[in-house]
Design a protein around this ligand. Structure first.
Ligand code: ADP
Length: 165
């Protein structure tokens, strides 16, 4: 079991500046941060898992100790497979607290050695979510305040509706 590794699981559809802030902060606490994109076959994302990982890698190019992976199924199974025991999650609001706490409790029950650690979102990031970015971009709004600068143009282009011919 490695205590020096933390796994940051999520959809990252797409990565936002809120996610990136958590990754940067975790990278100063742990030797290695694994960002693990959840592939949920029942819920098709806006971006493919491959594209989400590509965007994450571009956004995190300045963070030396981060790597990217994807998984399907239960997080606890992934944690066991990676021999990891720290799950990192972010808390924005009281609503996050409720759902995140519940999820952490299930994981604790299913895998008693796996602990979830929470980092509070920066106050200026609490309203930012991937779903808001998708919605703003879909209607041609400016997504650049919410996604890392290195991927802002690409995200805007990919979300922009194609003109009807
Ligand atoms: P999921 O679908 O698993 O919630 P997300 O990609 O939406 O995946 O979020 C992954 C993690 O990042 C969650 O713990 C979430 O609370 C956290 N997070 C999302 N947006 C922000 C933000 N703006 N600031 C800090 N943490 C965030």
């Amino acid at each position: 079991m490695s205590e020096k590794l933390c796994v940051f699981p999520g959809s990252f559809d797409p990565v936002t500046i809120g996610h990136l802030d958590l990754i940067e902060r975790a990278s100063r606490l742990y030797d290695e941060v694994v960002v693990a994109v959840l592939h949920n076959p029942a819920k098709q994302g806006r971006f493919t898992v491959e594209k989400r990982m590509e965007l994450l890698a571009k956004a995190c190019a300045h963070v030396p100790n981060v790597s990217f992976d994807h998984f399907e199924g239960l997080l606890v199974d992934y944690m066991n497979a990676r021999n990891a025991r720290v799950v990192l999650r972010g808390l924005r609001t009281a609503r996050d607290f409720e759902t995140e706490c519940q999820m952490a409790q299930f994981n604790l029950q299913m895998a008693p050695g796996v602990e979830t650690l929470f980092l509070a979102a920066k106050p200026e990031h609490t309203h930012i979510s991937s779903s808001a970015v998708r919605e703003i971009g879909m209607f041609g709004g400016d997504v650049s305040p919410y996604v890392p600068a290195s991927i802002a143009q690409e995200v805007a282009r990919l979300l922009k509706p194609q003109p009807k011919r």
